[in-house]
Design a protein. Structure first.
Length: 397
């Protein structure tokens, strides 16, 4: 049982883990800003001509892609659960107000800067948290496993027949075209996206405003997997792992078990997709569906390792904790920096860099976060967007 004093005290290791999650998200988000959309998943779609680019893709697929999103979602769930358990007046109403404001922030973020914004999915998935936050750790883990199964089941319905038809050599041309356009290297689609990447700021806003309904449909499809990570995070908070109360050996054992399960499976997916020549009909399902349980397992391994090795008094932990305490602000500001580097209204480097160069440029916003966050926390406490979120939600509730 989580005590009242534990709920009101900060766990610096938890903040540091949140900071690490924000940094890890930048390592993948950079491709959304730097390259045409299919290249996010597929190294030969664009910017993946050299062996180094392929290595960066494989490393990202195995160790980064969706692992840090899992961590971020887990910690989002923890934060929501803590606020729900504080016993404030009308906690459910306050929670739904926070989710409404977060959805509005996410929609603005997606329209102005980052089309792949995760805040929208977190806000929508977060609506379910009051109904499960009271459950025991075992029950929460069961809910999480069930939601992963729902995600995989939905993926099988969406992609399964296409993969079977592809393997048997009788896939329809329409299915192949859809897969190549979204996850492959269809030349006309890539050319269109390169031209689109040079549009002005006003043109981009108008286009994305028109696409909000389609955006929300796509976001809705990610609700089960994000909610799975959130419920897992709440379970790990309740069983005190994310409160930094487990012994080091127990944490190391959990991390090793998860890594042994996840890494060989993810490496096998890398080998399979590469061996087949990166067809879109395999790349999409591998990234979005097949890898999902292994992504969560490796995200859990990272969480366990962080709890094992982050020391509350360590300088690295304190700096990461400052980044984590400003997680919303830092998440949004990294999009500002990446837009300034790649967008047509900025330096205009969209489509001008390779995959490894884009990855290298991701360290620009990461360095900015690590430098400015401790100074802001020391001088002003909460970040500007954290204050905005809190104040707006308080007005609504």
């Amino acid at each position: 049982m989580v005590t009242s004093s534990a709920l009101h005290s900060r766990v610096i290791e938890l903040d540091a883990l949140r900071g690490l999650a924000v940094i890890g998200i930048v390592w993948m988000n950079v491709y959304v800003f730097a390259l045409p959309a299919p290249a996010y998943y597929n190294p030969i779609a664009y910017g993946g001509e050299t062996q180094l680019d392929r290595i960066v893709w494989a490393f990202s697929f195995v160790f980064i892609e969706d692992k840090f999103r899992t961590l971020f979602a887990m910690l989002f769930g923890v934060g929501c659960a803590i606020l729900l358990e504080r016993g404030d007046a009308r906690p459910w109403r306050a929670h739904f107000a926070r989710m409404a404001v977060l959805l509005a922030i996410g929609l603005l973020h997606a329209t102005l800067l980052a089309s792949n914004d995760v805040l929208r999915a977190y806000a929508l998935a977060g609506l379910a948290l009051p109904f499960v936050a009271h459950l025991s750790p075992i029950a929460l883990i069961s809910v999480s496993v069930g939601l992963v199964a729902v995600h995989i089941g939905g993926g099988i319905i969406t992609f399964g027949s296409g993969i079977v038809d592809w393997a048997s050599g009788r896939v329809s041309s329409d299915v192949l075209f859809f897969a190549e356009r979204n996850f492959g290297h269809e030349s006309n689609a890539i050319r269109f996206l390169l031209d689109q990447g040079q549009e002005g700021f006003g043109e981009r806003i108008a286009r994305r405003l028109d696409g909000i309904p389609n955006q929300l449909v796509a976001v809705a499809g990610s609700i089960p997997i994000n909610l799975a990570a959130m419920t897992l995070g709440i379970a790990l908070w309740k069983n005190r792992m994310l409160a930094a109360e487990w012994r080091t050996f127990r944490l190391q054992r959990l991390a090793a078990l998860c890594a042994v399960i996840a890494i060989p499976a993810l490496l096998a997916l890398v080998w399979w997709v590469a061996k087949e020549g990166f067809p879109g009909i395999l790349v999409g399902p591998s990234s979005l569906i097949i890898s999902a349980p292994f992504d969560i397992a490796l995200g859990l391994a990272y969480a366990a390792l962080a709890m094992a090795f982050f020391g509350a008094a360590g300088s690295v932990t304190r700096r990461l904790a400052a980044v984590g305490r400003l997680s919303l602000t830092n998440y949004l500001l990294t999009s500002v920096i990446l837009s300034a580097i790649f967008a047509g209204w900025g330096l205009g480097l969209f489509g001008e860099v390779s995959r490894w160069q884009a990855f290298a440029l991701s360290f620009v916003p990461i360095a900015a976060m690590l430098l400015w966050s401790p100074a802001w926390i020391k001088s002003l406490g909460h970040g500007p967007f954290e204050r905005l979120w809190r104040a707006s939600a308080k007005i609504l509730s």
